[in-house]
Structure formats: C-alpha cells, structure tokens
Design a protein around this ligand. Sequence first.
Ligand code: SAH
Length: 214
Amino acid sequence: MRVDPRRMRERMVDEQIVARGITDPRLLSVMRELPRHLFVEEAMAKQAYMDNPLPIGEGQTISQPYIVALMTELLQVEPGMKVLEIGTGSGYQAAVLAKLGADVHTVERIPKLCETARDRLRSMALFNVHVKLDDGTLGWPSIAPFDRILVTAGGPEVPPPLVDQLAEGGRLVMPVGPARRLQSLVLIEKKDGQVLRQDICGVQFVDLVGAHGW
Ligand code: SAH
C-alpha cells in the first residue's frame, strides 16, 4: 500500500468510531493498532479502512469497522474472559477480542475461510484464538460456559444452545431478524438465572446458516 496504513487506521477510528460515540479506550487503541488491511485480499487492502463491509470470498463479508466496535463495546470484554464467536470469517473480530486479552474460541462453517483465518491469526502470533470448523449455532459445548458470546451473522432467533452455554453474569450480542433484511442487534444478559433481552439498533449481516439458523 502506498498510503500509510497507520494513518488510515487513525482516521478510521476518529471519523467512523469515536465520532459515532464509541468511548472504550482499550478498544479504540486495539483498533488503532490492528492491521485490518491484512484481513482482506491484497487487491482490496486500500479499501480495508473504509466505512463499509468488504467481501472476503465465499459470499461472506468482513463487518464495517464501526459495527465491529459497537458489538465489541456492548460485549464489555475483560482480560482473561472466555469468549465464543460464531462466524470467524476473516478473523478480524476474533483478533480484536484476542488483543483485548480474551481467551477466544471462534467457529466458522466454511472450510476455506476457517483455514485462511487460522493461518492468518497464527502468523500474527495471536495464540489465544482457537478456530474450529463446525456449525456454530450448536456452540462449543466442551469449552462452555462462556463469559461472552458474539454472533457475527444474522439468524431468525438466538440459538438456544448459545443461551445455555452463556455463563451466569454473561453477555451475548447477535443480529436477530429476517435473512438479508434489516435485523435488530440484540444484547442478552444472564442475571440471577434470568435471561434479559434488549434491542440496540438496526443492522444488516450475512446469514447464520445451521441447525438453529437459516
Ligand atoms: N466476524 C467476521 C465476519 C463474519 S461474516 C470477521 O471479522 O471477518 C459471517 C461469517 O459467519 C461467515 O464467514 C459465515 O460463513 C459464518 N457463518 C454463518 N453461519 C455459521 C454457522 N452456523 N456456524 C459458523 N459460522 C457461520
């Protein structure tokens, strides 16, 4: 890239993320540091810091930077927490969670994306991310319970296994709603055995495909 990626990241964070109200200083510094252009194909590197999602192959996308920031801030991740992500895609969101100090477990259903993301995260020495090829709507029962769960694809409902695998005091964030139309970003909190649900805003994600998806 001829343009300095560090400067592009600074602008991305200031103009797209801080300007829209994200304030978590640890998250902002991770997004200023993490080389997002290495999570897309080289031909698209220059577009990596733009205010939109980008194709990553197999009909899937890497989410818009602001949406990554919004979902991550809602999740309130602390170092050492066990986090489950459904929909590894490029691995960018998993890398953000890992840089926040979480122990990240991420599930992807498309083999090629799974392999590429695994190699990419390893080459960046992000050894606190574990990538699995599977249907993520079933969760990751052998590792559960999780302090935090993030679903980065839109489904008709929150898959019941994910609610079961959420720890007491845990938070889950997921786009819920009709396929390829406006969905609602939902925050679920498990408190005193109760499951509380809050709708945050409208979003549009690729489809969650699986036993508890489309
Ligand atoms: N978090 C990604 C973007 C996700 S795009 C990033 O940072 O790049 C959504 C991803 O969810 C796609 O890669 C898609 O293949 C995957 N997906 C859809 N349904 C899934 C399921 N049931 N289990 C695991 N992954 C799924």
